[in-house]
Write a protein that binds this ligand. Structure first.
Ligand SMILES: CN1CCn2c1nc1c(Br)c(Br)c(Br)c(Br)c12
Ligand code: NA
Length: 330
């Protein structure tokens, strides 16, 4: 059971979380012209486009037929989150009458590639963008929704305008206490321990592990902090960092059965102090507050991780929280 926001969907009611019964009015696609391809994946092809009515640049996310049963969920969630801080805006939903393809017209973000961006981010930038990510996630969780695929590729940053938007809500779900969710979600390097050991009654705290992985990569200047070659190796890298004492305690707390043939996953590993990862190169970013926040976020036990709101209150963000407050104040 989530420590916070556990009853939100029951309070907001069926019309809020029931996406099966949700009927979508699809507009015609003529209004939008595709300019060029920006990316794609299993479920969609993503293009840059032009809105011919207002000449605005936009993103056209063309959904593959395989995604069809999930379309209602993604559109319902994007509609529910409209206007929330740092959540990408859904501008329109169109269906091509001949091809039958569905497309989502999204707010454009002039995103700087993560690989190119994170080496140029200063310490205050890292605090600022992580704070903005937490602000967006606290809003999303407060509306009863888990993103379930937080990773650099789904956090668009327009560094010039200091704008951050969380994108790709195709794996997002509504949180209902006691529900057993799919564990084949997320992206390997950012998968929380609960997914890797098959614990299905997870909650919003799933996203907080992923935030911890992103923060660790920015602080230690490492593109992906836990870089497993497969799901077993992913868990092994986490164990070699957090140690196996806490892992065993975690399995016990939730009565999680854990079987494996892999010798490496049955070894005992000591917990590494976070100072172990500090180098002369990353030391300007690895302050004691930064390491303290990492220690709190990267916990096996999902109920022990701070919520997005609690994390925002950490002293690590003092400099940006005061800035945000002052801007609001004046
Ligand atoms: C894979 N790539 C690269 C850039 N970019 C990608 N997918 C995007 C989505 Br979905 C949205 Br919504 C926005 Br906005 C941007 Br920008 C996107
Ligand atoms: Na999206």
């Amino acid at each position: 059971m989530a420590r916070t926001y556990s009853g939100v969907n029951a309070q907001l009611g069926r019309s809020w979380y029931d996406y099966e019964g949700f009927r979508i009015e699809w507009s015609s696609p003529e209004r939008y012209e595709i300019v060029g391809r920006v990316g794609g994946g299993k479920y969609s092809e993503v293009f840059e486009g032009i809105d011919m009515v207002n000449t605005d640049i936009c993103i056209i996310k063309v959904l593959k037929p395989v995604a069809s049963k999930k379309i209602k969920r993604e559109v319902k969630i994007l509609r529910n989150l409209t206007g929330g801080p740092n959540v990408v805006a859904l501008l329109d939903v169109v269906q091509d009458p001949s091809s039958r393809y569905h497309s989502l017209i999204m707010e454009y973000v002039d995103n700087t590639e993560w690989k190119a961006l994170y080496p140029v981010l200063g310490e205050v930038d890292i605090k600022y963008y992580t704070f903005q990510l937490l602000k967006g996630l606290d809003f999303v969780h407060s509306r009863g929704i888990m993103h379930r695929d937080i990773k650099p590729g789904n956090v668009m940053i327009d560094h010039r305008h200091r704008k951050l938007r969380i994108i790709d809500w195709g794996l997002a779900e509504f949180y209902h206490p006691g529900t057993a969710y799919h564990i084949r979600v997320g992206s390997r390097y950012y998968k929380a321990p609960e997914l890797l050991v098959g614990y299905k009654q997870y909650d919003y705290s799933l996203d907080m592990w992923s935030v911890g992985c992103m923060l660790a990569s920015m602080i230690f200047r490492k593109e992906h902090f836990f870089r497993g070659s497969d799901n077993d190796d992913q868990l092994l890298r986490i164990m070699k960092c957090l140690g196996t004492d806490c892992f065993d305690a975690y399995l016990k707390t939730y009565n999680i059965p854990f079987e494996t043939e892999l010798e490496s996953l049955l070894q005992v590993y000591p917990k590494q102090p976070w100072t172990r990862f500090v180098t002369t190169e990353n030391q300007p970013y690895a302050s004691s507050e930064a390491l303290d926040l990492l220690e709190k976020l990267l916990r096996y036990d999902h109920q022990k991780r701070p919520t997005a709101r609690e994390a925002q209150g950490h002293t690590y963000f003092n400099i940006v929280r005061l800035q945000a407050a002052s801007v609001k104040g004046d």
